[in-house]
Design a protein around this ligand. Structure first.
Ligand code: ATP
Length: 435
C-alpha cells in the first residue's frame, strides 16, 4: 500500500502543500497550498462549480458569509448536537474520539497502559466574539458547514433567479471544526473548504432525487480520473444517521490509511427549513402554482470536502514507474496545475523565441510553462513528477518545417505535429468535461 509519507514529501518538495506557519514550527493540522497546490485546488473547484451551475439550468451559485447570526446554529441543532464524544488517557493525556475507537476500548491505544476517562461531549464549533467587548452577548461562531448559509438564503435565491422546484444552490467555502483528532495530512483539518450543493424538491420526489444525485456524484469522481475500484458507497444505518437525515450515503475512497469518507449525500428532509421557519418567524413555505399547494421543500445535499478530494486526487495519481525510473502524478489533464511544458532543445539559435511564441498563444487558455534547463530527459522527469500531461519539444527541425514533438505523460509516447495543430490537439484533454 502507498506510503502517505511519499505524498507528503512530494507535496512539500514540489510546492503543492506546505505545513502552515512552518518557520514558527508549524501549527497542528493546518496547511498552506503552494503554487502548484493552489492551482490544482482552483481547477478542482472550477470543475465542481461548472459541473453544478454551468451544467444545470436549475442550479444557482451562492457565496454566503462565514460569520452568521448565532440563532442559525441554534436552529440547525449545532449548538445542541454538533459534538463528538471525547475520551482522554489518564496517563499519557492522549485524546481520542470514542466513536473512532474499537467498541469497548478501556486502555489507551497510544501508551498501551493508561486508563481512558468516561466520554464527554465536546462541541466542535469555534467560538469568537463580534465587536470589541468580549461578553457572552457577543459570542459568534465560525461556520462548521456551508449548508446553513444556503438554507437561510433559499427564498432570496429562488425569487431573484425565478427558480421553481426542483432547484439547487451550490456554494464553495471555508468551514471550521475544532476536531478532537485531526490528522492524516489534509484529510481531517480544523479549517477546510467544502463544496456543497443543496437540492430543493417537493416531498415525495426526494427518494428519486437522492438516487439521481448519488449516481451523478459518482460519475463526477470518475471524470476526475479517480480509480473506480477505490470508490464505494457506504449507507448510514440507524445509529449513524444524523438527527436531520432520512437517508444518507457516503462516497468512500480507499485512502493510503484505509477506506474513508470523501463526500456525504444526505436526504435532510424538511428539517432545516422547518427549524429556520420556527426560529426566524419567517414563512419559508413554497407555493406550487399548478396545484395551489403550500409546503416546506425537502433537501437533498451533496457535501464534498475540497481538501479531502485534493488528497484523494494526489494519492490516486501517485505512481512509481520503476521500469522507467520516474515518479508520475497521473492527474486528469484538465486539472493539472501545469498543463503544457514547452521545452526548447537549446537556449540558442532562435529556439527559445519559437518556444515563446507557442507559449504566448497557448497561455490564452491553458496553464503553460517554459522549461529550458537540464537535459530533455531530466526535464521530462521533472514534469512527470508534478503531473504535467504534455511536453512540447522545439528542436532544429522545428525551424525547418514548423513541427514540434509532443510527448504524453502516461504513455511517454511522442508524436510530431505542426505547431498550427497544437491547440486542437490538446483541447479535448484540457477542457472541463461537464457534458
Ligand atoms: P467525518 O465523519 O469524517 O468527520 P462528517 O461526516 O462529519 O465527516 P460531513 O459533516 O458530512 O462530514 O461533511 C461533509 C464533507 O466535508 C466530508 O465528506 C468531508 O469531505 C468534509 N469534511 C468534514 N470535516 C472535515 C475536516 N475536519 N477536514 C477536512 N474535510 C472535512
Amino acid at each position: 500500500m502507498l506510503d502517505m509519507e511519499k505524498i507528503v514529501s512530494l507535496c512539500k518538495r514540489r510546492g503543492y502543500i506546505y505545513p502552515s506557519s512552518e518557520i514558527y514550527g508549524g501549527l497542528n493540522s493546518c496547511y498552506d497550498y503552494g503554487p502548484l497546490g493552489a492551482e490544482l485546488k482552483r481547477k478542482l473547484k472550477e470543475f465542481w462549480w461548472k459541473s453544478m451551475t454551468q451544467k444545470h439550468d436549475n442550479i444557482e451559485g451562492l457565496d454566503s458569509s462565514i460569520l452568521m447570526h448565532p440563532r442559525i446554529w441554534e436552529a440547525s441543532g449545532h449548538i445542541q448536537n454538533f459534538s463528538d464524544p471525547l475520551v482522554d488517557c489518564k496517563s499519557c493525556k492522549a485524546r481520542f474520539r470514542e466513536d473512532k475507537l474499537e467498541p469497548g476500548t478501556k486502555v489507551c491505544p497510544n501508551c498501551k497502559k493508561g486508563e481512558l476517562t468516561e466520554a464527554r461531549q465536546f462541541n466542535l464549533m469555534f467560538k469568537t466574539f463580534m465587536g470589541p467587548v468580549e461578553d457572552t452577548a457577543n459570542v459568534i461562531y465560525l461556520r462548521p458547514e456551508t449548508a446553513q448559509g444556503i438554507y437561510v438564503n433559499y427564498q432570496n435565491v429562488m425569487t431573484t433567479s425565478r427558480q421553481k422546484l426542483p432547484f439547487g444552490i451550490a456554494q464553495i467555502g471555508k468551514a471550521f471544526r475544532n476536531e478532537i483528532t485531526p490528522g492524516n495530512f489534509i484529510f481531517r483539518t480544523r479549517e477546510f473548504e467544502q463544496m456543497e450543493m443543496q437540492y430543493f424538491v417537493k416531498p415525495g420526489q426526494d427518494d428519486e432525487a437522492m438516487i439521481s444525485w448519488k449516481e451523478e456524484r459518482r460519475e463526477w469522481y470518475k471524470k476526475l480520473g479517480i480509480t473506480e475500484s477505490k470508490m464505494r458507497f457506504h449507507e448510514h444505518k440507524d445509529k449513524e444517521l444524523a438527527h436531520y437525515a432520512k437517508k444518507a450515503y457516503d462516497i468512500e475512497y480507499e485512502f493510503p490509511f484505509g477506506w474513508s469518507e470523501l463526500e456525504g449525500i444526505h436526504n435532510r428532509t424538511d428539517f432545516d427549513l422547518k427549524r429556520h421557519q420556527e426560529f426566524s418567524g419567517k414563512n419559508l413555505q413554497y407555493f406550487e402554482e399548478a396545484t395551489k399547494e403550500k409546503f416546506i421543500p425537502y433537501i437533498i445535499e451533496t457535501s464534498a470536502g475540497c481538501d479531502r478530494t485534493m488528497l484523494c486526487i494526489l494519492a490516486d495519481a501517485y505512481f512509481e514507474d520503476t521500469a522507467n525510473e520516474r515518479t508520475v502524478l497521473k492527474l486528469a489533464p484538465f486539472i493539472a496545475p501545469i498543463q503544457v511544458a514547452i521545452m526548447p532543445l537549446t537556449k540558442k539559435d532562435g529556439l527559445p523565441e519559437i518556444a515563446e511564441t507557442i507559449l504566448k498563444d497557448l497561455r490564452q487558455q491553458y496553464s503553460v510553462t517554459q522549461d529550458d534547463s537540464g537535459s530533455i530527459g531530466k526535464r521530462y522527469r521533472r514534469q512527470d513528477e508534478v503531473g504535467t500531461p504534455f511536453c512540447i519539444t522545439i528542436d532544429y527541425d522545428t525551424k525547418a518545417d514548423n513541427t514540434v514533438t509532443i510527448r504524453e505523460r502516461d504513455s511517454m509516447e511522442q508524436k510530431r505535429i505542426p505547431i498550427s495543430e497544437l491547440k486542437a490537439y490538446v483541447e479535448p484533454y484540457l477542457r472541463y468535461p461537464i457534458d
